[in-house]
Design a protein around this ligand. Structure first.
Ligand code: 2P0
Length: 318
């Protein structure tokens, strides 16, 4: 009676300090750059899986839809697990979906774990990370908590340190806009790869940048790490700005926060911003500076919604 099972999993977004952008192998979804990331707490995707008669039924944040990326992933799971089951999925995010807050990272990590449990396959986290990568490369990182590395060309992420490694480290996720992005990150990174003259420089320069960041991470040298965090997202966006056609996720509100971070740094406060495939700006800082950062951000952007995160847990079964 395995078919009556109902399983619920939860996973959190993986925010890259050093970015993955571009694929080494499209079919197997292998990343072209090494990414260093932090799995966030506070934000999460919750996914409930059960049996479905003759087709996959997907309800995302209460609305039923046929999401191609999810269906393709379920097709892959059926082959991988050698089953012909269809699934009913109820999946909810407690943060905006497809807005550049890594909902595909938490989403596919939660989904990979859900299918694994539903099919009673008992994959360990390494195998689960490789499976989640098929859905979204960043999801391979979300399987693990704390701090992770996904190497260029790798099949799975590596857990570096757990969530308690750097307890003062915080991320303020500034919600500039909750609209769905106008172009998905998969398409956008492919446009960068195939048409930006800076793509090859991005790939090459990512290697030394990542080494620099890992060194800073282990020394807990926040200024040095912060420099690399900023370089990584700005170099990544350079490949988007110069793609044919150019891709610009930034909004005026994004720039306002970037400039506020610059003002804070000029006042001696170590705060370093990053952005992903969307207009949101995420600020890295250390907890003792939180009060001053909040004050300045709210002074410059009084209506801003934000969420504060620390390093969080990997995928879990509820
Ligand atoms: C990252 N992003 O490292 C980078 C930085 C967005 C900007 O991973 O095609 O949804 O499914 O593997 O993982 C977003 O891209 O792309 C992403 P696919 P994914 O977090």
């Amino acid at each position: 009676m395995g078919k009556m099972i109902n399983i619920t999993t939860q996973a959190s977004p993986s925010l890259a300090l050093i970015k993955y952008w571009g694929k080494q192998n499209k079919k197997q979804n292998l990343p072209a750059t090494t990414s260093l990331a932090m799995t966030l707490d506070t934000l999460h995707t919750t996914t409930e899986i059960s049996f479905s008669q003759n087709k996959d039924v997907i309800r995302l944040n209460g609305i039923e839809k046929q999401d191609d990326k999810i269906i393709q992933f379920l097709d892959f799971c059926r082959k991988y697990f050698k089953t012909d089951h269809y699934y009913t999925l109820f999946t909810e995010n407690n943060f905006p979906t497809k807005a550049g807050i890594a909902s595909s990272a938490s989403g596919f990590a939660a989904l990979a774990a859900a299918v694994n449990a539903f099919e009673n396959k008992g994959l360990d986290n390494k195998a689960l990370s490789a499976l989640a990568r098929r859905g979204s490369a960043s999801a391979s990182r979300s399987v693990f908590g704390g701090f992770t590395l996904l190497k260029a060309g790798a099949r799975e992420a590596i857990p570096l340190e757990n969530k308690d490694y750097w307890p003062e480290l915080r991320v303020m996720v500034c919600l500039v806009s909750a609209k769905e992005k106008f172009i998905g990150s998969r398409e956008a990174m492919e446009a960068s790869r195939t048409s930006s003259p800076y793509y090859s420089v991005w790939i090459k320069s990512s290697r030394s940048l990542c080494k620099h960041a890992i060194d800073a991470f282990y020394k807990k040298d926040f200024e040095k790490l912060g420099w690399a965090i900023r370089q990584s997202y700005l170099r990544m966006f350079s490949t988007m700005f110069t793609a044919h056609n150019p891709i610009i996720y930034w909004e005026p509100g994004s720039l306002q926060i970037i400039q506020t971070a610059e003002t804070l740094r000029k006042n001696g406060i170590a705060v370093f911003e990053t952005m992903d495939a969307g207009p949101q700006v995420k600020l890295f800082y250390l907890e003792p500076d939180e009060k001053q950062i909040k004050k300045m951000i709210l002074q410059e952007c009084p209506d801003l919604n934000f969420m504060i995160c620390s390093a969080g847990k990997g995928v879990r079964y509820l």
